[in-house]
Design a protein around this ligand. Structure first.
Ligand code: SF4
Length: 389
């Protein structure tokens, strides 16, 4: 087995484990340790880490979990992630999780946060609001207050004060992690045949479970191993995948997209791993630094308000240029309001820049990949045949 295969095999085991053995063992290793779950797309993991807890990304049940109870709580015409998350909770798979954060991404997650409070009263649950105004004195002030309230909640949960110095140390660790994540993405964009997206995806998913120090080590090892391994280079088309920032596509969808002739050179599967575009300053007031990084130096996505109409979709065009992509695949979960309402506006921007695109929907348990392969394959071929890019 090659070194990359070994690393990815470990990530696959973490990905497949819906009982979260790693997090359970981490918690059991030291009495009093706490685990704080969070849902997509972003939470300030630095604060959870500084409180001494393990941030654990809860990204639904994937295609292996049979959803029975979860369906009873929801109508059929919404996305699947809240249903499979309820299933994880009701089935006892999250019984070791002490706190849950529900970021303000959409009404579904907002409602889920209320349901969680009623269904699991012993878990400290919080709907975590982020600013929709980007002025320092309005959105910034608001967000510093939110962060302070979260700090207090975590201090109560973990039974210790969350000091500024601890937050600064955590920011430094997450800065390093984000640098490595950016490096992996840049490496894949340069030589996508050496870092298949199914591997990069599993590597990023591991970051939702592992302690940050361990994940950084894994990223470093992967970069080193992937750089030195030779792999066959294909004549694939280079694409950016967008819209998949919450409910995750099945791993097979990512594999099928690659097998159909596409190199994914950028994506938004795991935004929390690369939310800030560059290092968050370590000196000074750490909460203010986190707040300002959110306001002025963070990723753009359909789930985040864009006040300037002229800037709508600019991030997607920039991603295409930066990664030398030849087209964009809009892949969004069925019934996902943030992704699907924004899609026509983003398509309009791409069309204005003469960037080809296709669009499809999925569910985390989609099983039939043939239509995806046909669409993505035809798209890849059409880029090769007709695109002048
Ligand atoms: S998939 Fe979309 S609609 Fe569903 S919870 Fe996530 S952001 Fe909300």
């Amino acid at each position: 087995m090659t070194r990359t295969a070994e690393i990815i095999s470990r990530c696959q085991d973490l990905f497949d484990d819906l009982h979260f053995a790693y997090a359970r063992e981490w918690k059991a290793a030291v009495p009093g340790r706490k685990v704080v779950g969070f849902m997509p797309f972003y939470v300030p993991r630095e604060l959870i880490h500084a409180a001494g807890a393990l941030p654990l990304g809860i990204l639904g049940g994937g295609d292996q979990l049979e959803v029975i109870h979860g369906d009873a709580y929801y109508q059929s015409y919404i996305c699947r992630i809240p249903r499979s998350t309820i299933e994880l909770g009701v089935g006892g798979r999250l019984d070791f999780v002490d706190g849950m954060l529900f970021p303000s991404i959409c009404d579904v997650i907002r409602n889920l946060s209320g349901m969680w409070k009623i269904m699991f009263p012993k878990v400290k649950s919080r709907y975590f609001d982020v600013p929709q105004n980007y002025r320092d004195d309005i959105g910034g002030e608001f967000y510093v207050n939110e962060l302070n309230e979260l700090r207090e909640m975590l201090a109560e949960l973990c039974g210790r004060e969350v000091r500024d110095d601890a937050i600064r140390a955590s920011i430094a660790l997450y800065n390093e992690n984000r640098r490595l994540v950016r490096e992996v993405y840049a490496f894949r964009a340069r030589q996508p045949w050496k870092a298949p997206s199914s591997e990069v995806y599993l590597l990023m998913r591991a970051g939702m479970i592992l302690a940050v120090e361990e994940h950084s080590r894994l990223l470093r090892e992967y970069l080193e191993a992937a750089t030195s391994e030779e792999r066959p280079r294909r004549d694939n088309s280079r694409v950016v995948v967008t819209g998949a920032f919450c409910e995750q596509p099945p791993l097979n969808l990512i594999k099928s997209t690659e097998l159909s002739g596409c190199y994914i050179v950028d994506d938004d599967f795991m935004l929390v791993n690369r939310w800030e575009n560059s290092d968050v300053p370590v000196e000074g007031d750490p909460l203010r630094n986190l707040a300002l990084a959110y306001l002025h130096n963070s990723a753009s996505t359909s789930a985040k308000y864009e006040p300037d109409q002229a800037q709508k979709g600019a991030y997607l065009v920039e991603a295409v240029k930066r990664t030398r992509a030849e087209g964009v695949i809009f892949a969004a979960p069925s019934f996902c309001d943030p992704a699907l309402l924004e899609r026509p506006m983003l398509q309009h921007v791409l069309a204005a820049h003469d960037i080809p695109y296709i669009a499809f929907k999925y569910a985390e348990n989609s099983g039939q990949m043939q239509p995806i392969r046909e669409q993505a394959g035809t798209f890849a071929d059409s880029i090769k045949l007709w695109s002048e890019r």
